[in-house]
Design a binder for this molecule. Sequence first.
Ligand code: ADP
Ligand code: MG
Length: 355
Amino acid sequence: MAELVLDSVSQAYGPRKVIADLSFTLPEGAIGCLLGPSGCGKTTALRAIAGFEPIQAGEIRIGGDAVSRAGWMLAAEKRRIGMVFQDYALFPHLTVADNVGFGLRGESRTSRAARTAELLDLVGLAGHARQFPHQLSGGQQQRVALARALAPRPRLILMDEPFSNLDVELRERLSLEVRDILRREATTALIVTHDQHEAFSLADWVGVMHEGRIQQWDTPYSLYHEPANRFVADFVGQGALVTGEIINDHQVEIELGVLEGRIPVDCGTAGCDACVRHCQVDVLLRPDDIIHDDDSLLLAEVENKAFRGAEFLYTLKLPSGQRALSLVPSHHNHAIGEKIGIRLAADHVVAFPRA
Ligand code: ADP
Ligand code: MG
């Protein structure tokens, strides 16, 4: 295991720049995720780290050692990286045990057998050693692929959309299992996904990517509660933006009342270098920032609702006509068109310059 650092990495296919100025540090033993929509450059970044693609600028370091720079790259097989792909890529003619032991060919037969058994045990497939990949379920095959990647004790594990071929329920369970396995091996791992829930349940650090750039590299908690920009606010979690006016450096007024917190915003108005009174901003409200309260005099109209089991996600039309979301316990089953009492429960402010 080792720390992974990307320092202002850029990569292009011919004239086409795909990743630009990509920087982040994944600490030793941590699990990181690159999260972003399809085509934003996640796989390209992963391939550059693995040593399958050259980079045009910046530096990639593993455990303090440079592995890629403009004009130079350490060969992929010398990087001591384990890869897990979306399609598992197991050897169909080898048994589960031989798949897992594949990367240990240089070792003695006894140590190879011991490490293989240890990993099969770790991924919960001890009883399947003699089976062939086609005899396993998709989730089991992916665990074999992970065991095979971990067997040679790589410095870093890279996984590209490892769960996307699995159905939703299995995906969630397997991502928790994989996190557990990576923790027990104390492996540094970088996982690529377009699925926010997967990133949040797996990762210590998440980098939200858009058009080849990292928008924010942060903990899942901070990404949700302190998104750095509109793209992150929109891509991570649900919410709505409503207009607000800054009162002072710790208060913003929106139509539902006054929100208190640090005001980490530059309103973008020319000549305004310290946002004080009257600057116009857009304020992010998450569905858990608005509470349904039958006793509140503040009313909003139910415009839409989605049943989530324990909760309804209501889309509310506020008095001004702006929209907001509210997560409400599902025994409060109000009809579309009904006006319901609400109150503000946001305990901090996320505001952006007015679009
Ligand atoms: P993601 O994994 O986030 O979906 P990719 O890294 O696969 O994104 O692709 C990023 C962009 O680079 C896409 O627009 C894609 O079409 C382009 N691209 C990917 N691989 C190649 C390649 N080998 N040659 C040219 N363009 C490529
Ligand atoms: Mg991809």
